[in-house]
Design a protein around this ligand. Structure first.
Ligand SMILES: [Cu+2]
Length: 155
């Protein structure tokens, strides 16, 4: 009986963990940070961004900077005349306030063309009772099964 109880509790905790949403801080480029020679498309690939998360651009102050741009300026590497992100400290934190596509480039001449450009898609914050996506449904079925199992064993 004790073994069954532990297993059930473990399964419930393991299943619930991904559904607990909390803001995540992403250091752009990971250990590489924000610099030339990093493939930011690759860095983005295995990540999900949600509204409320933050991006941190880490770089040597003065060597780079960060501009938020629109999709066209991203493609053409056009640096906006205004600095939409405040001061460039080398530890620039940007809160992803809303869902949608976001584009960031380095404004130093040639750096955007050299690969210092980041495009991400921010998703709506994951609400517990959000739309009936397949994972949520599977989760509910699994949870129900585990709950039934647990009741069986009078936990
Ligand atoms: Cu740069």
């Amino acid at each position: 009986m004790a073994v069954h109880c532990s297993l059930v509790i473990f399964a419930v905790v393991a299943l619930m963990a991904p559904s607990i949403s909390s803001a995540t801080e992403f250091v752009v480029g990971g250990d590489d940070g924000w610099k030339l020679g990093v493939k930011y498309d690759d860095w983005v690939k295995d990540k999900q961004f949600f509204a409320g998360d933050t991006l941190v651009f880490k770089y040597k102050a003065g060597a780079h900077n960060v501009y938020k741009v629109n999709g066209d300026d991203f493609k053409s590497c056009t640096v906006p005349s205004n600095n939409s992100l405040g001061s460039f400290t080398g530890n620039d934190t940007i809160k992803l306030a809303t869902a949608g596509n976001k584009w960031y480039i380095c404004g130093i001449s040639g750096h955007c063309d050299g690969g210092m450009k980041l495009k991400i898609t921010v998703l709506e914050g994951a609400a517990p009772s959000s739309a009936s996506t397949l994972p949520a449904t599977s989760f509910q079925i699994l949870f129900g099964m585990i709950f039934a199992f647990a009741v069986n064993f009078h936990i």
